[in-house]
Design a protein around this ligand. Structure first.
Ligand SMILES: Cc1cc2nc3c(=O)[nH]c(=O)nc-3n(C[C@H](O)[C@H](O)[C@H](O)COP(=O)(O)OP(=O)(O)OC[C@H]3O[C@@H](n4cnc5c(N)ncnc54)[C@H](O)[C@@H]3O)c2cc1C
Length: 395
C-alpha cells in the first residue's frame, strides 16, 4: 500500500481544506470540541450535514447512483482526516452509515426512493432499536412483537439504550414476527415512525452527565407492512449486514487522532498553568501514538479493499475492538494528563476560558468512553467472533 499522497490526492486535500475554511463556522467547531456525549446534538450535526449535503459530500461511502461522491478509499481517508482535525461535527451515523446500506441492499425500489433522499436531506433522523432488556449480546432473545393486522403490524414491547431516540423521527428495529424453532428466523427488520401513537421515549442519564440513551416503549403501535425491509423473518440477515457497517466500515482513526490531539492540547494547557506532565504520562502518550499508527494501517488496509455497499466482513470485529480500546486509552490519558484539573467538573460557565473549557471535557469524556466497548456489541462478544470467524479461517 502506497501511503504517499499522489498529486491529485494532494489537490483533493486542498479542496477539502478550502471547503472547511469557508463552510465550517466557529460555533459548530466549538460545540463539537465541547461535546462529551456519544454524538453531538442535532443542532450541531444538522447544519454541518446540510452544508456537506449541498456539496454532495455527506455520504462518502454511498454508491454514486444513490448520491455518493464516488471517492476512492484514499479520498475518503483524506476527507475524514481533514474534517476531524478541523474539528467538524461528527455526522450522525444511524441514517447514513447504518440503515442506508440495509435499505440499498435489501429494500424495494419504492423503499429506496422513499427513504434514501430523506436521509441525505436530513428530513429523517434515525435511531437504532435492537437492544432490549434481556436482549443485548444475546440479540436473538428479543421479545418486541409485531403482529400482522390487515396491511399493518401492531407492535408491542420495548427497547433500551436507544441512542438519540429523543431526537429521532424514525427507528430501524428488530421485531419478532414468528415463532420459528431457530430464534433468528422469527425476526423481521422494521422501520418505525417515532411520532406514531403508542411510542413513548423515556430518558436514561449516563454517568458522564449526558442524555444520550433512552428506553422506548411500544403500545399497539401501527406500522405499515410496507415499512418492513426484506422478507418477513429475514431480519437477522439485515441485522448482521448492518452490524458489520456499525463495527468496521466507518473511519475511526481520523477521529481518534483528533481526540489524541486534544489530549496534546490539554498538556499544553497544563503547561500554561506551570504544571509539566510526568515522565509516565509522556511515555504513555508515545505508546498510544504508536498504537494509533498501527490501527490506522489496519483500518486503511481493510477499507482499501471494500467497495461501496460491501461490508468489511468479520474483520469489522477486530476494528471495533481496537478502536474502542484506543478510544478508552486516549480518554484515560486525557484524565491522567490533566490530573486534579480534570476533577474540577462540572465547571461554571463564567470561569470557562478556552483552557478551562477543554480541561472540563476530559472527565465526562473519560466516563462516557467506557461505553465504547459496550455499544455496537460488547468487547467480549467481538473477541468471540474474532476467535470463531477470523482466527479459525487463517490457513
Ligand atoms: C452508551 C450506549 C449506547 C447504546 N446505544 C444503543 C442503540 O442506539 N441501539 C441499540 O439497540 N443498543 C444500544 N446500546 C446497547 C448495546 O448494544 C448493548 O448494551 C450491548 O450489546 C451489550 O448488551 P447488554 O447491555 O444487554 O449486556 P449483556 O449482553 O447482558 O452483557 C453483560 C456482560 O456479559 C458479557 N457477555 C455477554 N455475552 C457474552 C459472551 N457470549 N461471551 C463473553 N462475554 C459475554 C458482556 O461482554 C458484558 O460484559 C447502547 C449501549 C450503550 C452503553
Amino acid at each position: 500500500m502506497n501511503l504517499e499522497l499522489q498529486p491529485e490526492e494532494q489537490r483533493f486535500r486542498e479542496e477539502v481544506r478550502a471547503f472547511l475554511r469557508d463552510h465550517l463556522p466557529e460555533e459548530l467547531r466549538r460545540a463539537q470540541s465541547l461535546n462529551t456525549g456519544i454524538y453531538p446534538e442535532p443542532g450541531v450535526s444538522g447544519p454541518w450535514q446540510a452544508a456537506l449535503a449541498r456539496k454532495g459530500w455527506l455520504a462518502p461511502a454511498w454508491p454514486v447512483e444513490h448520491g455518493g461522491p464516488g471517492w476512492t478509499p484514499v479520498q475518503r481517508f483524506v476527507f475524514e482526516t481533514e474534517c476531524a482535525l478541523a474539528g467538524a461535527p461528527l455526522v450522525h451515523p444511524m441514517g447514513i452509515r447504518l440503515v442506508a446500506p440495509v435499505v440499498m441492499k435489501f429494500g424495494t425500489t419504492q423503499q429506496k426512493a422513499l427513504h434514501l433522499p430523506r436521509i441525505l436531506s436530513g428530513e429523517d433522523y434515525w435511531c437504532q432499536g435492537f437492544s432490549e432488556p434481556g436482549a443485548g449480546s444475546d440479540l436473538a432473545g428479543l421479545k418486541t412483537r409485531a403482529v400482522a393486522q390487515g396491511e399493518d403490524y401492531l407492535v408491542n414491547g420495548s427497547k433500551i439504550w436507544t441512542t438519540h431516540a429523543h431526537h429521532a423521527n424514525r427507528m430501524f428495529a428488530l421485531v419478532r414476527t414468528g415463532a420459528d424453532s431457530r430464534r433468528q428466523d422469527g425476526i423481521s427488520f422494521l422501520l418505525i415512525d417515532m411520532q406514531a401513537p403508542g411510542v413513548t421515549v423515556r430518558p436514561i442519564a449516563t454517568m458522564g452527565g449526558d442524555h444520550d440513551v433512552n428506553e422506548v416503549f411500544f403500545d399497539n403501535v401501527r406500522v405499515p407492512q410496507s415499512w418492513r425491509i426484506g422478507p418477513e423473518g429475514g431480519g437477522w440477515e439485515c441485522a448482521k449486514y448492518l452490524l458489520e457497517f456499525e463495527r468496521g466500515a466507518g473511519m475511526s482513526s481520523p477521529r481518534l487522532r483528533a481526540q489524541l490531539k486534544r489530549v496534546g492540547d490539554a498538556l499544553q494547557a497544563m503547561r500554561r498553568r506551570g504544571l509539566e506532565p510526568s515522565a509516565a504520562v509522556e511515555a504513555r502518550f508515545g505508546e498510544v501514538c504508536a498504537d494509533l499508527d498501527t490501527f490506522e494501517m489496519l483500518e486503511l488496509r481493510t477499507l482499501a479493499r471494500v467497495q461501496p455497499l460491501q461490508s468489511p466482513g468479520p474483520v469489522a470485529s477486530i476494528l471495533k475492538l481496537r478502536a474502542s480500546r484506543l478510544r478508552q486509552a486516549i480518554a484515560q490519558l486525557g484524565v491522567q494528563a490533566s490530573g486534579l484539573e480534570a476533577t474540577r467538573w462540572p465547571r461554571q460557565e463564567a470561569e470557562a476560558d478556552e483552557d478551562d473549557a477543554l480541561l472540563g471535557t476530559l472527565l465526562p469524556d473519560f466516563l462516557n468512553s467506557r461505553a465504547f466497548s459496550i455499544f455496537g456489541g460488547a468487547a467480549e462478544v467481538q473477541l468471540g467472533i474474532i476467535a470463531k470467524t477470523v482466527c479459525f479461517s487463517i490457513p
